[in-house]
Design a protein around this ligand. Structure first.
Ligand code: PBG
Length: 319
């Protein structure tokens, strides 16, 4: 076997998996207010950006050749029913208009969930102390519709309510948006790896946790049922989230379903790499490329990652 490992050209020739900037989605945090571009403490290199300064980051992303962004919003006010999520003039809707004006070719994906917009921090409506599944569906559908009306190219429901993909598909179709794809956060686990994101998105649940709607990390077969039901409801792309600790789930989803498969390399995975490399304990570039390559090797077509900008730079050999 060492004949194939002796020289770089041969190693390169027989390499089975490659990273390509074209497969990356970069998540962004858009905040209310003006003239804001603040680095998010637990996520070095990621920023809270106000709409008036979005162009700085958008120009950079376009220049790097990253094809799409996934938008999360920090609204000026929160309430019990997450009104900011489906306000036609809401933070994501406005950000989408701004981005599409600046860079019409950049794909904008709207994350569809209520947790950034509810004062209780849960991903759905609360009824008698519980997260109400069916009552939430209409609000998710309205969120998706207003995002698409603002110019979003795709929507990504992440609240883990049963039936969310179908509700959104029906509403988009009824309004003439039958050509807008849905990327379902199909197998989304209740994960401790979301910690830094909840700081970034100000979306920590104010009571309880998300285990009544997000998946138990011990379950692999149930992830297949989640993916199956997203596909049956009309998802065009399915997702496994988080990625690094769930490569087995990615692999099995790849083997079973011939649908485009996305993996979300989440905030905690990013922050761990950043922290260890800042301490000088690991070498950031090779360890990041190794981890992301493993996600592709397991079978993901698409990687949603906060490392996307760095990867784009590394892949074109500029750094
Ligand atoms: C919203 C949502 C979350 C993430 C993406 N969409 C947080 C959560 O479920 O608590 C996490 C992303 C990350 O950690 O990078 N529901």
């Amino acid at each position: 076997m060492r004949r194939l490992r002796e020289k770089e050209p041969v190693r390169n020739l027989v390499r089975e998996t490659r990273l390509d900037t074209a497969n990356f989605i970069y998540p962004m945090f858009v905040t209310h207010g003006e003239n804001i571009r603040n680095e998010i403490e637990p996520m070095p290199g990621c920023f809270h950006t106000s709409i008036d300064r979005l162009h700085e980051e958008i120009d950079e992303i376009v220049e790097l050749g990253i094809p799409s962004v996934l938008l999360f919003g920090l609204p000026p006010e929160k309430d019990a029913v997450g009104s900011g999520a489906y306000d036609p003039e809401g933070i994501i809707q406005e950000a989408t208009r701004t981005i599409k004006e600046r860079a019409p070719g950049l794909m904008v994906i709207g994350d569809v969930c209520l947790c950034e917009y509810t004062d209780h921090g849960h991903c759905g409506l609360i009824d008698n102390g519980k997260v109400d599944n069916d009552g939430t569906l209409e609000l998710l559908a309205r969120s998706a519709l207003t995002q698409v009306q603002a110019g979003a190219d795709m929507v990504a429901p992440s609240s883990m309510m049963d039936g969310q993909v179908r509700a959104i598909r029906e509403t988009l179709d009824a309004h003439g948006y039958d050509d807008t794809p849905i990327m379902g956060y199909a197998a989304k686990y209740a994960s401790s790896f979301y910690g830094p994101f909840r700081v970034a998105a100000d979306s920590t649940p104010q009571f309880g946790d998300r285990r009544s709607y997000q998946m138990d990390s011990a379950n692999r077969r149930m992830a297949m049922r989640e993916i199956e039901s997203d596909i049956a409801e009309g998802a065009d792309i399915v997702m496994v989230k988080p990625a690094m600790a769930y490569l087995d789930v990615i692999k099995e989803a790849r083997d079973r379903y011939d649908y485009p498969l996305a993996a979300y390399n989440v905030s905690g995975e990013y922050s761990m790499v950043k922290a260890a490399s800042r301490a000088g304990w690991v070498d950031e570039k090779p360890i990041t490329l190794e981890l992301l390559t493993a996600i592709r090797r397991a079978g993901a077509d698409i990687i949603i990652s906060y490392h996307a900008k760095e990867v784009a730079r590394w892949l074109r050999g500029a750094e």
